[in-house]
Design a protein around this ligand. Structure first.
Ligand SMILES: [Zn+2]
Length: 436
């Protein structure tokens, strides 16, 4: 581990920094925890430390706007430390910690506990997200002001939608005072009903109850209308439908403060993969894997910037919650350690540009949440990922840094991997030689 005060040269890599408009072989000089210089030719003092990045991409550290760390309350699934370790192994140097812990993050005490654990772990930067409603019950607003003062960077009842439009209106108005977005899980629970996967031919064949894509569409449309009413900022979590894409595209065209994220799994998989998997509960999440048309729509929306960022919705569960029949199993999958290769596959298929991919993992989430990082501009935090875009590896969940193993990519051959991650100039992850 290097000290933050040290000077470190990262040499010979292809620097991709969309925020700064840089794409080419450069040397990155880090000093005192910040980016000191990015240049084609730099003299390195003989005693200065260096990392040889030839053949690799050097990018701002990834920022994941949607991570479930499970601490406090469900430390058997994940902790701030193990989640942070999984994050940096995947190239994520900043993560937003969603508030559906036990108890939920609706009090300053929980926010402070998460921040203290993150400081102890010294891995990824952790930004807590506070609850919109007390206990995420959707009845009364949480103390948003206190949570903001304690360090929350956004508010969310994620895991659940905010079903009351009146509460959502008040939350948008209140959050506006602090200039932070509401990150929303958009599913109308009445339309979801008992649905456990996307409504469509695959669900019918499998004999599983479906939830229509319109369950998401109507909530996004409602909240865009409430943004229009209030001027508040909306961030649509894990957008998964063509209808929600249309609503966000229309909102942006009208200049409304709406941003959106998409997960690697909604970009890569469909409800037919649930069928192919043979009822594998590692293909069960909310919102569910959608149709091919929905997948094509979110891919195109990510490429053209309608969807701002890629977020994993890393949702660790143990076998206790997952090793059940499909109907009864918990929603969600882990994603931090596989996001980069899964999304890089879209680049190889010609669906996404390399620079746009990196932007969606760095500058775009930084902008959506007003976070430092996401760029290698001089003076920026020295948070970086070094990526080997050609490294082939097999996904073995037993080797995850995450405590949980619920990954649909288990056993699959993946291409592309983070080899180093730095936070504030400190090397917090280096891929072992055996893994390369
Ligand atoms: Zn959610």
């Amino acid at each position: 581990m290097s000290e933050a005060s040290e000077v470190l040269f990262i040499e010979g890599g292809r620097v991709i920094d969309p925020a700064a408009g840089v794409d080419g072989v450069r040397t990155v000089v880090l000093r005192a925890g910040r980016v000191a210089e990015v240049a084609e030719r730099v003299e390195r003092p003989r005693d200065a430390r260096a990392i040889d990045a030839r053949g690799r991409w050097v990018t701002p550290g990834f920022i994941d706007a949607h991570v479930h760390l499970r601490e406090p309350g469900q430390e058997y699934k994940e902790t701030v430390e193990t989640g942070g370790r999984a994050a940096v192994a995947g190239g994520f140097t900043s993560i937003l910690a969603m508030p559906n812990t036990v108890p939920p993050n609706d009090t300053v005490a929980v926010t402070e506990l998460i921040l203290a654990r993150a400081a102890q772990a010294g891995l990824a930067r952790v930004y807590p997200v506070g609850c919109i409603s007390k206990g995420q019950k959707g009845e009364e607003l949480a103390e948003l002001g206190d949570l903001f003062q304690a360090g929350c960077v956004a508010f969310s009842d994620d895991g659940k939608p905010v079903m009351s439009p009146a509460l959502m209106r008040r939350a948008l108005e209140y959050a506006l005072v602090f200039g932070v977005p509401l990150a929303v899980h958009e599913e109308d629970l009445a339309l979801v009903g008992k649905g456990v996967m996307n409504e469509g031919p695959a669900a019918t064949r499998l004999g599983l109850k479906g939830s229509p894509s319109q369950a998401e569409d109507v909530m996004v449309s409602r909240d865009v209308a409430l943004v229009e009413l209030t001027g508040g900022r909306l961030h649509v979590c894990h957008l998964s439908t063509a209808g929600a894409v249309r609503a966000v595209r229309d909102a942006k065209a009208r200049g409304l403060p709406v941003t959106a994220e998409v997960t690697p799994h909604h970009l890569a998989l469909t409800d037919e993969d649930v069928a192919r998997s043979g009822y594998d509960t590692d293909f069960k999440m909310a919102p569910p894997l959608r149709s091919e048309a929905d997948r094509a729509a979110v891919q195109a929306a990510l490429a053209d910037g309608t969807i701002d960022c890629i977020a994993t919705d890393h949702a660790p569960h143990s076998a206790v919650e997952k090793d059940l029949e499909f109907d009864a199993a918990a929603n969600g999958i882990v994603g931090l350690e596989t996001a980069f290769p899964v999304c890089l596959a879209l680049v190889r298929e010609g669906l996404l540009g390399e620079r746009r991919l990196i932007e969606a993992l760095t500058a775009s989430p930084a902008r959506a949440f007003g976070l430092p990082g996401g760029s290698l501009a001089r003076g920026a935090p020295a948070d970086l990922a070094l990526l080997d875009p050609g490294l082939e590896w097999r996904c073995d969940p037993a080797r995850f840094h995450s405590k949980s193993r619920n990954s649909p990519w288990k056993g699959r051959a993946l291409v592309g991997r983070c080899t180093h991650a730095l936070v504030g100039g400190r090397l917090v992850h280096e891929l072992g030689e055996g893994a390369r």
